[in-house]
Design a binder for this molecule. Structure first.
Ligand code: HEC
Length: 141
């Protein structure tokens, strides 16, 4: 005899533990799948949002900015910028670049049409309304 468990006790702990944690995994997976549609804002995925995502991707905004906390850390998190400043400010900012905001850093002029700008802000609105439990924190600067 060595150790405090007999061989069969050790085996029961191993199988019991395996079954318990597998059931826990299943329960949490079902719970996540049930909750996700309420959080992901997919109800508001309009054609305009999808067109806006295309503008977002083709202009590589994420090469400098973050969205939902992901991307480059050169320029502000745009989901939070949408909540702080709203669509009109964002459209005006983009149109006024690179020289329209003295004293602030600049970004490229993308020559977007009004329709592309409207689609883009719809995409940012949609993204900002995904429930991420307030991540990343909306702190300016
Ligand atoms: C080459 C890097 C770069 C790219 C690409 C870029 N930006 Fe920017 N953006 C910046 C910088 C730098 C600022 C100014 C940040 C500051 O003043 O702190 C800025 C600021 C902004 C602001 C104003 C934020 C605020 O808090 O007032 C908005 C809105 C914005 N960008 C949207 C976009 C969108 C949408 C795209 C893609 C179409 C884009 N940017 C692409 C670098 C970039």
């Amino acid at each position: 005899m060595s150790g405090i468990f007999t061989k069969s006790m050790a085996r029961n702990i191993f199988y019991g533990g395996t079954v318990f944690f597998f059931l826990l995994l299943l329960a949490l997976t079902f719970d996540t799948n049930k909750t996700l549609p309420k959080l992901d804002n997919s109800a508001n995925l309009t054609p305009q949002v999808i067109a806006g995502k295309k503008v977002w991707e083709t202009r590589n905004c994420i090469g400098c900015h973050t969205l939902l906390g992901e991307g480059a850390y050169f320029a502000p998190e745009l989901g939070n910028v949408y909540k702080r400043r709203g669509p009109e400010f964002i459209k005006a900012w983009i149109q006024s670049q690179p020289t329209g905001a003295p004293g602030r850093r600049q970004m490229p002029q993308f020559n977007l049409t009004n329709e592309e700008l409207d689609n883009l802000v719809e995409f940012l609105k949609y993204s900002s309304e995904i429930n991420t439990a307030n991540w990343p924190p909306n702190i300016e600067g």
